[in-house]
Design a protein around this ligand. Structure first.
Ligand code: ATP
Length: 249
């Protein structure tokens, strides 16, 4: 589903502050896989996500998504099938617009063929039903400016908005870093459910080792631009948080 081959990315090349953010990364992520990436600050996690999202280009190597070579494809041409959730719940939505209008904008961006967008009651019912499934009572706040909702509520809606249509790949870049523990847990549970429900291929970058143990089907550790651990299957499911701490010592 996602294949990175021989990916290198260096910032400030040729200058004293040159930094090799990614060193010859080879990574294959199968369709439906949920990969969690951990690693110390500056190890290259966000750079890797930026390359998959398309807002950075590699210096060397190729990126394939769903059989297409997207290495040189700009971000806006990938956004139909690649959605990204950031740390800041304020990113990705228009604060002054209502929740329903934000969903309309998101649907227009991906231009789903089967869905009549506009101001139709049908679209509103479709969105209300899906928001109700989040079990957060937000279906009663469709007309409220989305900026008046809490960070956790917004992050849950942004997630749903991103995956509802043609999205195939979900990139979660520390999506709960700005949330209180309860909201953080709720948002990750929702993400987990949406990934299964919509059969998405997902990458979660996190510094939270508990989340790294609890979520995902595969766990990768990065260090200085390299992948230094890559575990999946039974090894992933039986991993303990204490073992993970040892990876960092
Ligand atoms: N646009 C940029 N210009 C210059 N250097 C950059 C840029 N983006 C990232 N870097 C550098 O590349 C290295 C990898 O950064 P990256 O943001 O990918 O790390 P990270 O693992 O996501 O870190 P963190 O956990 O702190 O978010 C770091 O040394 C960083 O300073």
């Amino acid at each position: 589903m996602i294949t990175l081959s021989g990916i290198r990315k260096t910032f400030n090349a040729g200058k004293p502050n040159q930094i090799a953010a990614l060193n010859n990364i080879d990574l294959q992520i199968a369709a439906g896989e949920y990969v969690v990436i951990i690693g110390s600050n500056g190890s290259g996690k966000s750079t890797l996500l930026n390359l998959v999202a398309g807002n950075l280009r590699p210096d060397q190597g190729t990126i394939n998504i769903d059989g297409n070579n997207v290495t040189r494809l700009p971000e806006y041409n990938r956004s139909k099938w690649v959605a990204r959730i950031f740390q800041n719940p304020l990113l990705g939505t228009a604060s002054e617009l209502s929740t329903i209008d934000n969903f309309r904008l998101a649907a227009l961006r991906t231009q789903s063929k089967g869905l009549s967008i506009g101001k139709t009651a049908q679209f509103k019912d479709y969105v209300r039903e899906r928001i109700a499934a989040l079990n957060m009572g937000l279906e009663n706040k469709l007309e409220q400016p989305i900026g008046t909702l809490s960070g956790g509520q917004r992050q849950a809606l942004t997630l749903l908005m991103s995956v509802m249509d043609t999205c195939k790949v979900l990139l979660l870049d520390e999506p709960t870093a700005a949330l209180d523990p309860r909201s953080a847990e709720n948002v990750l549970k929702i993400a987990d459910e949406l990934i299964s429900q919509y059969k998405l291929t997902a990458i979660l970058v996190t510094h939270n080792l508990k989340d790294a143990v609890n979520y995902g089907s595969r766990l990768i550790q990065m260090d200085e631009g390299n992948i230094i651990k890559d575990i999946r299957g039974t090894e992933k499911y039986t991993l303990k948080q204490t073992q993970l701490y040892e990876w960092f010592t």
